[in-house]
Design a protein around this ligand. Structure first.
Ligand SMILES: Nc1ncnc2c1ncn2[C@@H]1O[C@H](COP(=O)(O)OP(=O)(O)O)[C@@H](O)[C@H]1O
Ligand SMILES: [Mg+2]
Length: 793
């Protein structure tokens, strides 16, 4: 067995984008490389690995370094272990071959080649590309053959550049089809490669068949000469020849005599794969077409392929590209490479979120105003990330660090959840930090609710407009248009008055409870309990206004004038038409009557003014009442809109006085499904109000386009693995905006709990990097013991 040395290649920077430089560097490698050096690429659970294996040679290390330099990698001598695959296949040229297309490729991106291959490699697959210098005669034969292929035109071709190499390509996979696909993928990824290929099994028995053929022929010859009775000596020689042939056949077949296939077999363990030597016999040269002296035209002939069929002549740059650990985050080596995280995130500038290599990664507290968003498929670790930032926020709140830009104690912390166990996580973190937390559960009437339209915040006129606005936000502009909005506003004015002063109105009308919520009375006024009840309620309200001589400046007087146009002079059927659309919107919300009727209530104003920490669960809670998804969504919308209103009223100028409001939401779609208003406001204006949004979303593509734009414009974007190709593309383009190479594949191929992070520190955009997120929650759901210390508190 040939002695060999193997070098792992790990990413050390960005590959040289200038093709000329790359070609030059890869040529330097090709010139230094011991013949038979093999570039191997494989994927295991940890990701993609790249290595180069060379026969033991004085220039082994030097050539590995040259290869590493050309692909912006580090080379470290290290044992490698290719995945053991049941099937190994090789590539070769078909018997009759001609160049199919002519593509002159200059300036193809080598990183692209590496990534294209990375996409085709499944876990447990490998690819090996073995190469050597061409012999001088081979070069000559090759040029002649190539130019005949090109009709004798002069042409640029990668295989005629200096450093061009003779290569053989092998792939291992679970079955024949996958291995063949892999081989085709390798050649497809080679920019400018223009020969057809076929695949074959490098089997030792088929390698021995030519020898076997010869020994058969010798045996036949021996029989023939033996039969003549003369030529005793010749006959004996033929028999000996045949016997040796059979022996050689057996030895080659059993792999005892080295042959290309037996070397391939060994290569599966060493990583060193064979490439055939130059042929000894001159191939049949190409012939030009000519007209002989009789006037007969002779067609041109392409001549024989000048290399062994299992070999290809390619530019050194084409194969060097495969050594590039540039497959971005698809490469396991890469995702743990500490050098990738910008220095600015390595200091304690805010919450510790994970590691890049061995180095902890922090997000900048002072830049949380610009927003944090985590995007990715289900189960990729978004929630765990959001919980951690929440945990840090409560730690900081309970033990203010006093560091510049850190939010400290004057921070209203609000987390929106739609699952009971999700809320548990937040609550546990707050409790761990020693930050008092209010838990609000839509499905649990025993807990405090949040009063969305409390009288303290303003007149009935103001609150009615707020309620209509909140409904419009929740249901979408298309769903609640001008007319419905106006109707809702008028009806809610009356409903607030009735709900707050039922005496003489609700108490005297049959068919409605005495103490209902504004939603209940609004629905009743819109005919949900029949037109008679609606008319009676409206009449009682107007009567009360008259009896008390309530002017328009009073809530009662205002409400009375507002509903008048809806009731006087309208036939019941006209009124039915007018009310139907807006009523349909609120009937579902009536299921939450227990919410509105809760005795203990918080208000958003209170939460903000007093810097409370609140976890609001609009979904099912443990042992709570069933809540359908629609109600969850609608209540989330109303809560978000009213909070937004409260922030606008209460938090103006908060940034200047170092007060904060940190908002957490694990499924953004719930808060901003149909309407971009709040999210764009948060992005554009939230900062001066002290608002710091921390959001996650699973179905980015389902968000309103403008919501999507707003969140992808947040200061910090974490891209977890993503199935949606459009979203992946958009994110990759974003990350690549500063010139670093990111491709959609990088995002699609991310392992779980690893994200590409693009963030800001001191208002300065940092280059995107990959980060393995840390889970600070133990398996039983508790916060890990040393969380406080890990976060520096
Ligand atoms: N950084 C991490 N390290 C290890 N395991 C994690 C990590 N993040 C998440 N997990 C595991 O994956 C599960 C799903 O994560 P989660 O954050 O809920 O995903 P998502 O919100 O993206 O759907 C968690 O319950 C946890 O067990
Ligand atoms: Mg989640």
């Amino acid at each position: 067995m040939t002695d060999f040395r193997s070098f792992l290649l790990t990413r050390a920077g960005t590959i040289e984008a200038n093709p000329t430089t790359f070609i030059m560097r890869s040529k330097a490698w090709a010139n230094a490389r011991p013949d038979g050096s093999t570039i191997v690429v494989w994927r295991d659970e940890a990701g993609i690995h790249n290595a180069v294996v060379t026969p033991e040679d004085a220039s082994a290390r030097d050539s590995a370094v040259k290869l590493a330099v050309s692909v912006a990698a580090h080379s470290d001598e290290s044992d490698i272990e290719l995945p053991l695959t049941p099937v190994v296949r090789g590539a070769r040229i078909p018997r009759r071959v001609s160049i199919e297309t002519r593509e002159t490729v200059a300036g193809a991106d080598p990183a692209e080649t590496a990534r294209a291959l990375a996409l085709s490699l499944a876990v447990g697959d490998w690819v090996a590309i073995s190469s050597r210098q061409p012999a001088r005669r081979e070069k000559k034969w090759w040029r002649r053959w190539l130019s005949a292929q090109f009709g004798n035109e002069r042409s640029q071709h990668h295989s005629t550049r200096e450093g061009a190499s003779v290569v053989a390509v092998y792939a291992g996979s679970v079955d024949r089809v996958s291995a063949d696909n892999l081989l085709h993928a390798v050649f497809a990824a080679l920019p400018g490669f223009d020969l057809p290929i076929e695949t074959y099994a490098p089997s030792t028995w088929s390698a021995s068949s030519p020898v076997f053929g010869l020994s058969l022929a010798a045996a036949v010859a021996a029989l023939v000469t033996g039969a003549t009775g003369r030529l005793q000596l010749v006959t004996t020689l033929f028999w000996v020849f045949a016997a040796v042939g059979v022996l050689v056949t057996l030895l080659v077949g059993a792999g005892r005599i080295p042959s290309l296939p037996s070397k391939v077999r060994v290569g599966r363990f060493t990583g060193l794969f064979p490439v055939r030597r130059a042929m000894l016999r001159r191939p049949r040269p190409p012939k030009r077409s000519f007209v002989d002296k009789d006037g007969v035209t002779h067609d041109s002939e392409p001549g024989d392929y000048p290399l062994p069929r299992t070999s290809f002549m390619v530019g050194a740059d084409l194969i060097a590209a495969f050594a590039a650990p540039q497959a971005g985050a698809a490469s396991g080596e890469n995702s743990t490479a500490g050098r990738e995280a910008p220095a600015a995130v390595q200091d304690n500038v805010g919450p510790l979120i994970g590691v890049a290599g061995d180095i902890g990664v922090h997000l900048s507290a002072a830049d949380m105003f610009s927003g944090i968003i985590a995007l990715g498929s289900a189960g990729t670790g978004k929630s765990v990330f959001v919980h951690n930032v929440f945990g840090w926020t409560t730690l900081e709140k309970a033990n203010p660090s006093g560091r510049p830009g850190f939010p400290g104690a004057r921070n209203a912390v609000i987390a929106f959840e739609n699952k009971g166990d999700g809320a548990d996580h937040y609550v546990r973190f707050a409790q761990y930090a020693g930050d008092p937390v209010y838990r609000v559960e839509l499905g649990d009437p025993a807990r405090a609710g949040i009063d969305l339209f409390p009288p303290q915040i303003g007149s009935v006129e103001f609150r009615a407009r707020l309620a209509a606005g909140a409904l419009k936000y929740t249901f979408g502009e298309d769903s609640i248009q001008e007319r419905s909005f106006d109707t809702l506003r008028r009806v809610f004015a009356a409903a607030f008055v009735i709900s707050e002063h039922p005496e003489g109105i609700a108490t005297v009308v049959d068919g409605v409870p005495d103490a209902g919520s504004p939603f209940l009375y609004a629905a009743a006024l819109m005919g949900e309990r029949g037109d008679d009840v609606a008319v009676a309620l409206a009449g009682q309200l107007q009567g009360e206004a008259m009896r008390l001589d309530a002017g328009e400046g009073t809530d009662l007087g205002f409400a009375s004038t507002q509903i008048t146009p809806l009731f006087s002079g309208l036939t019941p059927s006209k009124r039915g038409d007018l009310f139907q659309a807006p009523r349909n919107k609120i009937t579902n919300l009536l299921a939450a009557e227990q919410w509105w009727a809760r005795p203990a209530r918080l208000t958003w104003d209170q939460v903000l003014d007093e810097h409370l920490t609140v976890v609001v669960n609009t979904g099912q809670s443990h042992g709570g009442r069933p809540i359908d998804d629609k109600l969850t969504e609608e209540m989330s919308g109303l809560l978000m809109y009213t909070l937004y209103d409260a922030i606008k009223r209460r938090c103006s100028g908060w940034q200047e006085v170092d007060r904060h409001c940190t908002l957490f939401a694990d499924e953004l779609k719930l808060l901003a499904g149909k309407n971009p208003e709040i999210i764009t406001w948060l992005r554009d204006q939230g900062r001066s109000y002290g608002v710091q949004p921390v959001f996650a979303t699973q179905r980015t593509e389902q968000l309103d386009k403008r919501v999507k734009e707003a969140v992808t414009g947040f200061g910090t974007v974490l891209a977890f693995a993503q199935d949606n190709p459009q979203v992946a593309k958009q994110l990759a383009d974003d990350f690549a905006a500063d010139g670093s190479p990111w491709l959609p594949a990088d995002i699609v191929n991310l392992p779980p709990y690893v994200a590409i992070v693009r963030t800001k520190v001191a208002k300065t955009r940092q280059p995107a990097f990959t980060c393995a997120l840390t889970n600070f929650e133990a398996a039983d759901g508790t916060v890990v013991e040393d969380y406080r210390a890990a976060q520096g508190y």
